[in-house]
Design a protein around this ligand. Structure first.
Ligand code: ZN
Length: 437
């Protein structure tokens, strides 16, 4: 526990570090951007970025990052699910650790910053503290699998850390018929050691820097966002079944047109989402049968994705949209079937860490813009195990999962400053050292 004299000393050091960071943060930020672009070279595709779970380019990526941290006197290791783990010791050997990270895998045809930026900023923070020891250690994590591209199931890396990785995942196969278990062994790792990847009581919390991947911060004119919660999500399928028939001989009043019913309902979904604060709802896929220009459609199968930070509001929306679909089906003489594919609750970020981040953003000279993440992130998985929080960086044009994805170095500089202020704050916080779920 820190006494007041230690606090004063810590503040004095903070001032020095602050002086350094104000001089260096832009240089560090340019290095962060260049490093993200350097990691983008490690790709399974020659004409774009694709780096999936336990792929050869992921190994190259690990080697490159290990080379960056070696001059800091820090070594890295790869755990049994391929997460890169870099430990920066605390002032005492038994100090608990703050985890800082994001994911190193990408979607196909990716940009250079989704996930990678959070790992590279964490490494920049280790470099910026310049050997100083804190009352807590730090561990940078480069998660091996977040996007779910190779095996069709996301968050394998963070689920291993949170201790929530279902054994059945090991049996899943990729497009080449290779199982997760075999992929782990092929990478030179031992699937029997996955449980050792889980964090214990020595992990205090998890912090993730990530590009916003949307236009909200840019439209509001803020470089950084303080994530208060990750939205809950439903995914459902709705199938309207009518009657296929001849497009020329069937009078309009004798039809049971599944596409027309689907279209009426889709418009209602959009209208409901537009008029409900905080709600996003999307019909992203339609499959129609028979799908022929001169035949009235007999069946239309639609996807529905609904997200909201408030689980009650989300459930109410799903109920309303279901009732709307039933009423459309009834009025048109259609049959309706629904299937729930996903019902995932919202995940609030840790209120203490959120408040500390808001303060550090303010100290970095920015307004702490509080927001909800519409996308899932590793922090969502880690929050089940340890107190977790996220800081979003403005994403130019709101473009992500695309080669045009970018970030401004000045915004990265603000993120680094925010991170350093946060470390200073946490270093003198007794509450942080005692933090638990
Ligand atoms: Zn991501």
């Amino acid at each position: 526990m820190f006494r007041s004299t230690n606090r004063t000393a810590a503040f004095a050091r903070a001032f020095v570090v602050k002086g350094e960071l104000l001089r260096d943060s832009e240089g560090l930020a340019r290095e962060v951007v260049a490093r993200c672009q350097a990691l983008a070279r490690y790709s399974e595709d020659v004409d774009g970025i694709r780096r999936t779970f336990l792929s050869a380019p992921m190994r190259d990526c690990h080697r490159e990052i290990a080379g960056w941290v070696a001059p800091l006197g820090i070594t890295s290791r790869v755990d049994a699910v391929g997460n890169l783990r870099i430990i920066y010791p605390g002032a005492k050997s038994d100090a608990r650790r703050l985890l800082i990270g994001s994911h190193l895998d990408t979607v196909p045809n990716a940009g250079a910053f989704d996930g990678v930026l959070g790992v590279v900023i964490a490494i920049a923070l280790l470099s910026a503290v310049n050997g100083r020891r804190f009352p807590f250690g730090m561990e940078v994590i480069g998660f091996s699998e977040e996007e779910g591209v190779r095996f069709g199931t996301p968050f394998i890396g963070s689920r291993a850390l949170a201790g929530t990785l279902d054994e059945k995942v090991l049996l899943r196969q990729d497009a080449q018929g290779i199982s997760v278990r075999d992929a782990i062994a092929d990478f030179g790792l031992n699937p029997a050691e996955i449980s050792l990847a889980a964090v214990g009581e020595d992990a205090i919390g998890y912090l993730e820097f990530h590009i916003e991947q949307g236009p909200v911060l840019e439209n509001a004119g803020h470089p950084l966002g303080v994530v208060e919660a990750i939205a809950g999500q439903n995914r459902l399928m709705f199938t309207f079944t009518g009657k296929s028939n001849h497009a020329g001989t069937t009078p309009m009043n004798c039809r049971h047109d599944a596409i027309a019913g689907a279209a009426e309902w889709i418009t209602a979904v959009e209208c409901h989402a537009r008029t409900t604060p905080g709600l996003v709802a999307t019909v992203g896929a339609i499959r129609v049968k028979p799908g022929v220009g001169n035949v009235i459609a007999g069946e239309a199968e639609l996807s529905l994705d609904v997200r909201h930070r408030d689980d009650g509001a989300r459930k109410k929306t799903v109920d309303n949209l279901f009732c709307g679909a039933e009423s459309v089906a009834k009025s048109r003489g259609l049959n309706l079937q629904t299937t729930v594919l996903l019902d995932q609750p919202a995940v609030p970020m840790n209120p203490f860490l959120v408040a500390q981040i808001a303060e550090s953003v303010r100290k970095a000279g920015c307004e702490p813009y509080r927001m909800v993440s519409g996308a899932g992130h590793d922090a969502m998985i880690m929050a089940a195990r340890i107190p977790s929080a996220m800081i979003f960086l403005r994403t130019p044009g709101g473009i992500s999962h695309d080669p045009a994805e970018s970030v401004e170095a000045v915004d990265v500089a603000k993120a680094i400053e925010c991170g350093l202020h946060l470390l200073e704050q946490l270093a003198i916080s007794d509450e942080f050292l005692r933090l638990n779920l």
